[in-house]
Ligand binder design. Structure first.
Ligand code: F3S
Length: 408
């Protein structure tokens, strides 16, 4: 891989120990993936922030990097294992809290902004079309590539941190035009109405095509919340870093030309109402109807979602635990608009900086109700929860009654 003089200086240690190690990580990665050079990145988003996943070895690595490491570009953090300011309300132990705060402090010392959200595009880190970036949270990567038209591979925590400390990433994968071509044509032949429908679409496509890039046709319109949910589930259940959606995503026109040119070679898949219903049914554990945790905000809630939740929770009292995961930026806005007061009066928690996938919740709950296909995946995988997926209204009913009564 060809390096500039400036980049070689990183390897020579002229910019400090952490920057040297960061450049070594990037050069090794670039060589593995056949990159010809490094690219300058405009922004970085770093996952792997929860002490629950990092453990002491991860914390030690970060503290060592923080001795002289400094971020050279805008870099933001994914959710941590708890609300950094108000962790006691979540039943987090003192020991966990002190380690989690140490993790965030190490990042902050390196100049990484602790927005602690998987929707950095709602919290000041929103790249422009065509910009090269290095992001690591899978739903945010899919959103950045597909919806914003920025260019990022799905980085690991260490390679994203390395990109922050050098301002560089190797030129391969999703940074190259030829790797952003659609590989499969998906025809959606049924209407999709709700956020869970879009989560189920990502589930159904992801299971069928894995990490290939789909060109999706037949979805006339989609809201921001629906697209966010699709990005999260298609990346979780399949692993793709991007999709094109006819008439909706910014590179769809370019993708359409490719898909038409190669129409005989392309795999074609139809998604019917039966596929959506099967996906929803497989995320519902019908044998468990007693719900003890309701969680929305996966990916993190926008202010519009928080407003909708506040409207639905007015004059309601809930009997289950109820987490609304969101960034502190959105929480501050919700405080100003009076939504937080209504939500907290009903008995729900505004779970800032975190989510049920990265908080240490195993053993505390048995059955989760959510509007997110991705939350079902992590609720089951990380925490052994039984799960139910439904609309926001259905989740609120479950929080009020403690029961899941929706038939799928
Ligand atoms: Fe975000 Fe946690 Fe879901 S990081 S995408 S809320 S699993």
């Amino acid at each position: 891989m060809k390096l500039t003089r400036d980049e070689r200086q990183f390897l020579d240690g002229k910019n400090g120990k952490a920057a040297k190690k960061a450049m070594e990580i990037l050069v090794a990665l670039g060589e593995i993936y056949g990159a010809d050079r490094l690219l300058e990145v405009k922004s970085v988003q770093i996952a792997g922030v929860s002490y629950h996943n990092l453990g002491d070895a991860g914390l030690e690595f970060l503290e060592e990097m923080a001795e002289d490491g400094k971020s050279r570009v805008l870099a933001t953090l994914n959710p941590a294992g708890m609300d950094i300011e108000d962790w006691k309300k979540m039943g987090i132990t003192e020991e966990f809290a002190s380690k989690q705060i140490a993790v965030v402090n190490a990042f902050t010392k390196m100049g990484v902004v602790p927005v602690l959200t998987c929707t950095p595009y709602h919290a000041g880190n929103r790249p422009l079309f065509g910009e090269h970036i290095a992001w690591s949270e899978s739903s945010a990567v899919c959103y950045a590539n597909s919806i914003l038209g920025a260019r990022t591979n799905r980085e690991g925590g260490p390679s994203a941190l390395a990109a922050a400390l050098t301002g560089r990433t190797p030129n391969y994968g999703m940074h190259l035009e030829e790797n952003r071509r659609p590989e499969v044509l998906i025809e959606v032949v049924c209407p999709l109405k709700t956020v869970p429908d879009f989560g189920a679409l990502g589930f159904a496509i992801g299971k069928k095509i894995g990490n290939k890039i789909p060109y999706i046709r037949g979805v006339p319109r989609a809201s921001e919340e629906q697209l966010k949910s699709l990005c999260a589930s298609i990346a979780t259940y399949g692993g793709t870093a991007m999709f094109h959606m006819e008439g909706i995503t910014p590179e769809a026109e370019f993708a359409k030309a490719k898909i038409q040119k190669e129409k005989n070679k392309n795999e074609k898949i139809k998604i019917t109402r039966a596929d959506i219903n099967d996906a929803l049914a497989s995320m519902n554990d019908v044998e468990s109807i007693d719900v003890d945790l309701v969680s929305v905000g996966c990916p993190h809630s926008s202010i519009d979602e928080v407003r909708e939740i506040a409207e639905l929770l007015k004059v309601k009292n809930i009997i289950t635990d109820f987490w609304i995961s969101l960034s502190r930026a959105v929480k501050n806005e919700a405080d100003k608009k009076g939504y937080s007061k209504i939500i907290e009066a009903a008995g729900a928690i505004l779970a800032c900086d975190t989510c049920i996938a990265v908080a240490p919740l195993k053993g505390r709950f048995k059955c989760l109700a959510t509007n997110s296909a991705k939350a079902c995946y992590y609720g089951r995988g990380n925490n052994n929860f039984k799960t139910h997926i439904g609309t926001l209204e259905q989740c609120i009913d479950a929080a009020v009654t403690g029961k899941w009564m929706v038939k799928t």
